[in-house]
Design a protein around this ligand. Structure first.
Ligand code: HEM
Length: 512
């Protein structure tokens, strides 16, 4: 299967862009609407007063908070998964979030990248601006030996020292905390030292006290209600019955409320401040990690483009093209032209999608439309690329190759048997292509002890030539044992060590 520009960016771009409607990513569905609690369903979810979007941002903060900038350790590396038994990481947010994110982890998408994109999505879908999102984080394999997430009882001096070590000065610490506490609640269930148990009622089963009157909207209300002393007055960490637990009050007052007043007066500037600080937070990574350039929404995106063999033994190139429109869907034709000159005008599917993105200062959210194609190999023989063109779009070229590929309909993970079976197809009539140089590797995300973040187990698959229905294409098959996968098993086909094809098997909720 061809992933553009690569499997990691293709997967993560889907999460970023496809928010609602046709092919909405199951990731954003968890925080739609923004007060949704995905861990429970129906009335229990509503009465829980837990907020998945808020939990995601809290998890990112706690993973980040043990960063030591000078030492180059910690930051967003999903080590928080190993650290949930620490008193400083009380509450259900960590296990709830990791349980939800687990099926999305695969060889190309580490838990740490999901942790970061969780904050981007919560802010972006729930009223805030887009935090430029760069992938490339690496999952920790052990707990961060360093502790130090601020708690409600932590002294001001220690709290500021903890932020300082992670690269945030006093003004940053105040503003970042106000941004974080723009959504969500403090729960008496986990924090009886902050919220009195009387807050727990049949309609509020965890005794949630919201930070502001707009619990699930990423807005400035937290700052207004604190400064104006209205509504929730900044929330339970300001007003707690227990003076020791008034950590937000101590922090906000630590510079004589200067930062909070500046945020108050900055209007929309609050959102920009949050973008800047939250971006710094999610981009704080161990010094050996190199983040990739920020992902931008693809205006033209080929999806699930692959060679496959039909039941009638016909070799076909199929897939879809997602078009992303800044405003209205245009009913102009979309065409695909192959490098051998074969061209087709594509027909749109009925279902439309909506993105949380607004493109190039458009007033409305961007919209998506999908175009299917399925083309016999005889029409595109020898083609090495295809060009997608449509009125109002710059035409884009996407590379393909047909020397060798993993056959999707003949490759599968059998979870009950604990095996992966792969069939690959390769041309045996091309003088400069030698099928004997092909090798297959798989990478399986599996459970590991002490954290809900899967680890990736790699294995080679030995293949042997088998019968093929074609005279110019040979088949090679093989299988290998795997542990139960938690997400998509990735299959990589290499020719003399160079990747020629990739296929994610059983992507289920993480797929298209
Ligand atoms: C002095 C610093 C901080 C302290 C002491 C603190 C403490 C807390 C506590 C006790 C809760 C309640 C959790 C629960 O009941 O489930 C909470 C919630 C939350 N915190 Fe913080 N926090 C701090 C800074 C931050 C920062 C910097 C962020 C993010 C940038 C953040 C994001 C959140 C969010 C989103 C929630 C709501 C979670 C939910 O509704 O489930 N916090 N915080």
């Amino acid at each position: 299967m061809f992933y553009y520009p690569n499997p990691a960016v293709s997967n993560l771009e889907h999460i970023l862009v496809d928010s609602w409607g046709a092919y909405a990513s199951n990731f954003s569905s968890a925080i739609t609407p923004c007060d949704n609690y995905v861990t429970e369903v129906g009335l229990p979810a509503i009465n829980s007063h837990r907020t998945t979007s808020a939990q995601w941002m809290r998890v990112a903060f706690h993973d980040f908070a043990t960063a030591d900038l000078a030492a180059g350790t910690g930051g967003i590396d999903a080590s928080i998964g190993f650290e949930t038994a620490r008193a400083e990481n009380k509450g259900s947010a960590f296990n709830d979030s990791f349980t939800f994110w687990q099926p999305f982890v695969n060889e190309f998408v580490p838990m740490a990248d999901l942790l970061a994109i969780g904050t981007v999505m919560s802010v972006h879908l729930c009223g805030g601006k887009y935090i430029p999102y760069s992938p490339g984080r690496i999952d920790a394999t052990i707990a961060d030996p360093k502790t130090g997430v601020p708690e409600p009882s932590t002294s001001l001096e220690e709290t500021l020292a903890q932020f300082e070590q992670a690269g945030f000065n006093q003004a940053d610490a105040i503003a970042l905390t106000a941004c974080g506490h723009a959504i969500g609640s403090v729960h008496a269930g986990g924090f009886p030292e902050v919220v009195e148990q009387s807050a727990i009622t049949p309609n509020n089963t965890n005794g949630a006290v919201n930070f502001d009157e707009t619990r699930a909207v990423f807005d400035q209300a937290i700052v207004h209600e604190y400064v104006d002393w209205t509504g929730q007055k900044g929330g339970a960490l300001v007003t707690s019955y227990n003076e020791t637990s008034r950590s937000d009050l101590r922090l906000y007052e630590s510079d004589g409320n200067k930062t909070m007043l500046q945020l108050y007066e900055s209007g929309d500037g609050f959102q920009d401040t949050c973008v800047e600080l939250l971006q710094r937070m999610i981009n704080t990574v161990p010094s050996n990690v190199q983040l990739q350039p920020a992902i931008t929404p693809a205006l033209i995106k080929p999806i699930n483009v692959t060679w496959d063999v039909t039941a009638e033994q016909q070799l076909v190139l199929s897939g879809k093209i997602r078009m992303l429109y800044a405003d209205e869907i245009r009913n102009e034709p979309v065409s695909v032209t192959f490098s051998n000159s074969y061209t087709e005008s594509l027909v749109a599917e009925e279902g439309l999608g909506t993105s949380a993105f607004k493109l190039s200062d458009a007033q409305t959210n961007a919209a998506t439309q999908y175009f299917l194609f399925s083309i016999p190999s005889s029409s595109v023989a020898g083609a090495t690329s295809f060009t997608v063109a449509a009125e109002g779009f710059e035409a884009q070229v996407f590379e393909i190759q047909d020397a060798a590929f993993i056959v999707p309909s003949l490759s599968y993970a059998d979870v009950a048997k604990g095996t992966v079976s792969i069939t690959l197809a390769a041309r045996n009539d091309e003088p400069d292509f030698d099928p004997s140089q092909l090798s297959v590797e798989i990478a399986t995300p599996v459970l590991q002890p002490l954290t809900l973040a899967p680890k990736i187990v790699r294995a080679a698959v030995q293949v042997a030539e088998v019968d093929s229905p074609f005279h110019d294409i040979g088949y090679w098959s093989g299988s290998t044992a795997i542990e139960p996968p938690t997400g998509a098993v990735s299959v990589t086909l290499l020719s003399s060590g160079k990747v020629v094809d990739t296929l994610l098997l059983d992507a289920s909720v993480a797929g298209w």
